[in-house]
Design a binder for this molecule. Structure first.
Ligand code: HMG
Ligand code: MG
Length: 301
């Protein structure tokens, strides 16, 4: 099978389900990941090895990994997992993870709320994880939160995003995800930020991780694609939000992104109809409105 033109990382099972208030059975998480794999997803953020006291929703990550990894390996699907510190990294490796995701905010306020430490401390913890990962042949990806604005500190200076992105790359991350945690970005803001980042970082090292609170995420992805980015994170049915950013919605819905790309002749490897069925199923299963406009329309046909 030919490599798709863009790499879509499906983050619904992690970024999405970390925010669902009601209990979601481990078996449903496993089912969701297997269905996403069957629909052609090539990368699925399946689990999170953060403190279960902070995110109880994903405390069953070891069980989820155990159940899905053989299939993922067989299909060659990437399975990145969150590892905020060495304890998380060690737990992830015990569960068979081969791709670690470290994260830090571009703003101090969110850093304290999300990881109980300063940005510098989060980067130091990340560096320890990335160094350990590389020494064990595990890939590491960095994700920056609050690239446009922080719910506590207000607008983010693009220079700060550049600084954190460079730190992640210097410590050995193969890619840096740009997280619009509260989904306030617009195409104009995306262009302004990417101009700054692309002056020092090649486009293939960057990925868009945009949330859709203000309905701008598809447009922001389109702008990012025009400017050379080829990797994007999205969430089936737009599942999610952020436990430390009140009112924020989930990541842009994968169905909406795939619909946009396929119409432009850009391949994703994903079967849109099948994905729309999964979006309808998981929304009903967790009692939430389907957050994908395209997915709901396609499923209703
Ligand atoms: P802390 O409480 O300051 O940590 O949390 P600590 O080191 O003082 O440890 C406290 C307790 O937690 C200890 O246990 C540790 O062993 C345990 P106790 O002695 O009390 O029994 N502990 C752990 N247990 C399991 N796994 C671990 C772990 N670490 C410590 N990894 C910490 C600091 C970073 C751990 C915590 O703040 C945390 O887990 N934060 C993560 C919060 C989170 O998951 N947020 C959502 C993900 S980020 C996100 O969604 C944004 C993103 O999508 C991009 C975007 O959209 O912007 C990536
Ligand atoms: Mg996110």
């Amino acid at each position: 099978q030919a490599k798709p033109d863009v790499c879509i990382l499906e983050v619904g099972p992690r970024d999405g389900l970390q925010n669902i208030k009601q209990h979601v059975d481990t078996s449903i998480k496993i089912d969701l990941i297997k269905r996403l794999a069957a629909a052609g997803c090539q990368a699925i953020e399946a689990a999170s090895f953060v403190s279960p006291k902070w995110i109880p929703q994903l405390a069953d990550s070891p069980e989820v990994m155990k159940a899905i990894l053989p299939l993922m390996e067989e299909k060659g699907i990437r399975v990145p997992v969150l590892t905020p510190n060495m304890k998380g990294f060690e737990r992830s490796v015990q569960s068979g993870a081969r791709e670690a995701v470290v994260f830090a905010s571009a703003s101090e306020g969110f850093s304290w709320k999300n990881t109980n430490c300063s940005v510098e401390e989060a980067l130091n913890r990340a560096e320890a994880v990335v160094k350990a990962a590389i020494s064990q042949g595990v890939r590491a990806r960095g994700v920056i939160s609050c690239i446009f604005a922080c719910p506590y500190d207000g607008p983010t200076d693009p220079a700060k995003v550049l600084q954190v992105a460079k730190r992640f790359l210097e410590m050995g991350c193969f890619e840096v995800g740009l997280g619009d945690t509260i989904g306030v970005g617009t195409p104009a803001a995306t262009e302004k930020l990417l101009r700054v980042l692309l002056s020092e970082i090649p486009a293939e090292k960057l990925a868009g991780h945009y949330h859709d609170t203000y309905g701008q995420a598809v447009a922001n992805i389109s702008k990012s694609y025009e400017m050379g980015l080829r990797a994007f994170d999205s969430s089936v049915a737009g599942l999610g939000g952020c436990p430390y950013a009140k009112g924020a919605t989930g990541n842009v819905a994968t169905e909406d992104v795939v619909y946009m790309f396929h119409d432009a002749g850009v391949s994703t490897g994903i079967d849109l109809e099948q994905l729309s069925g999964i979006g309808d199923w998981i929304s009903r299963t967790v009692n939430m409105k389907n957050g994908s406009r395209a997915g709901a329309a396609i499923f209703a046909k």
